[in-house]
Design a protein around this ligand. Structure first.
Ligand code: IDP
Ligand code: MG
Length: 143
């Protein structure tokens, strides 16, 4: 038996700018997962530094934070059985050039030549990350 889980999804600024928020949400809902919270906001750099703490010190973290603060993101908490693994599969590999066709990144994103990979979606990668990230983006959410 698997447990009911929650995961944090962000439609990144490239996705919101390109009008793909609805398409990302459509795919998540069509798969059978349920959004339980949603918020459109432009994140500040302090929040993003915490969100991406695991990448601190890597060469792309500066451009990543600048990109993520460049416009609104659609933050979602999504619920379902094995949803953490499931949304990662829907998202596809980090690099949109090689992400599998059929995945969000494989279908909707391409290399832009920028210093940071712009790939439409963030999704938590483990139960520990999901709990940490949901607390960060939805501090006021009832559990
Ligand atoms: P993930 O989003 O697939 O979990 P991570 O390795 O956690 O990938 O990286 C977080 C984000 O940082 C990626 O989604 C992408 O936007 C960016 N990124 C990751 N690796 C690189 C890189 O080597 N160069 C530029 N940007 C990167
Ligand atoms: Mg990651």
């Amino acid at each position: 038996m698997s447990d009911l889980q929650r995961t944090l999804v962000l439609v990144k600024p490239d996705g919101v700018r390109r009008g793909l928020s609805g398409e990302v949400l459509r795919r998540i809902e069509a798969k059978g997962y349920r959004p339980v919270a949603a918020r459109l906001r432009t994140a500040d750099e302090a929040l993003l530094a915490e969100h991406y703490a695991e990448h601190a010190g890597k060469p792309f973290v500066g451009p990543l934070i600048t990109f993520m603060a460049s416009g609104p993101v659609l933050a979602l908490v999504v619920e379902g059985y094995r949803v953490i693994e499931g949304v990662r599969a829907l998202a596809g590999a980090t690099d949109p050039t090689t992400a599998a066709p059929g995945s969000i990144r494989g279908d909707l994103a391409a290399d832009t030549g920028a210093a940071v990979i712009e790939n439409i979606i963030h999704a938590s990668d483990s139960p520990e990350s999901a709990a940490r990230e949901i607390a960060l983006w939805f501090a006021d959410l009832d559990s």
